[in-house]
Design a protein around this ligand. Structure first.
Ligand code: SAH
Length: 219
């Protein structure tokens, strides 16, 4: 039975790629078990949906590796009251995970075809707390700021200033920063300032990673 196979594969993805690498947060694991990853993978690659690597989704873009999705989600420390900005909708898979664990997700994608495809899949899965925009997400989404959490799923060469500005106090930004070939995944926490600056930043390095490039004004 098809559905059966997919459930089995999701559970081995979770145990072999995510729990084994140290992510044991029950809400992250439960959400990853619920969201049907195969729906976000192009039909011709569907048999690889649960493989331990990113997959092409067209337009030179990728759906992130399952472990990286789990790690970013865990690092965000989401609460169900939160408002989240996602830069880089891509396939919409990470968007679905965010929507399960927060109140509202504002997701920006620069490639119209990817945004439309993700939107139609997410609507078919009945998510009604996701708001979509086609534009350069490195400038954020001022109309809906500030956000409790911001996640950038494309590699930046620097931290886009507008994203820090649009983050609530004690908010968290997860972003890969580095060169095209190799980035470091950072968690930045916006803190009260103890100097003349408007805020402080606590910086944690999570892992090395390789994302497709963030393309935009503040990228
Ligand atoms: N989380 C997505 C990752 C997709 S890859 C997934 O797992 O499917 C990163 C995406 O970021 C690509 O779709 C790319 O087009 C998009 N992107 C790159 N620069 C961007 C920008 N400045 N604003 C919005 N989206 C951007």
């Amino acid at each position: 039975m098809k559905g059966m196979k997919s459930r089995d594969t999701t559970s081995s993805m979770i145990s072999e790629q995510i729990v084994s690498r140290g992510i044991k947060d029950p809400s992250v694991l439960k959400t990853m078990a619920q969201v049907p990853r195969q729906r976000f993978v192009p039909v011709e690659l569907r048999e690889h949906s649960f493989s331990d690597h990113p997959l092409g989704i067209g337009y030179n873009q990728t759906i992130s590796q399952p472990y990286i999705v789990a790690l970013m989600t865990f690092a965000l420390d989401l609460k169900d009251s939160m408002s989240v900005l996602e830069v880089g909708t891509g396939s919409g898979y990470q968007t679905a995970i965010l929507a399960e664990l927060s109140a509202k997700v504002y997701t920006i994608e620069r490639i119209p075809e990817l945004s439309e495809k993700a939107c139609s899949i997410l609507q078919s899965l009945c998510y009604d707390n996701i708001f979509y925009k086609v534009s350069d997400g490195s400038v954020g989404w001022t109309e809906h700021a500030p956000f409790d959490r911001i996640i950038v799923t494309a590699g930046a060469s620097q931290i886009p200033g507008p994203l820090i500005d649009q983050l609530n106090m004690n908010g968290i930004l997860i972003i890969p920063v580095g060169s095209k070939a190799n980035q470091i995944l950072y968690r930045l926490t916006k803190t009260e300032s103890n100097s003349s600056r408007k805020y402080g930043l606590k910086i944690d390095k999570l892992t090395n990673c390789v994302f497709v490039p963030l393309v935009g004004q503040y990228a």
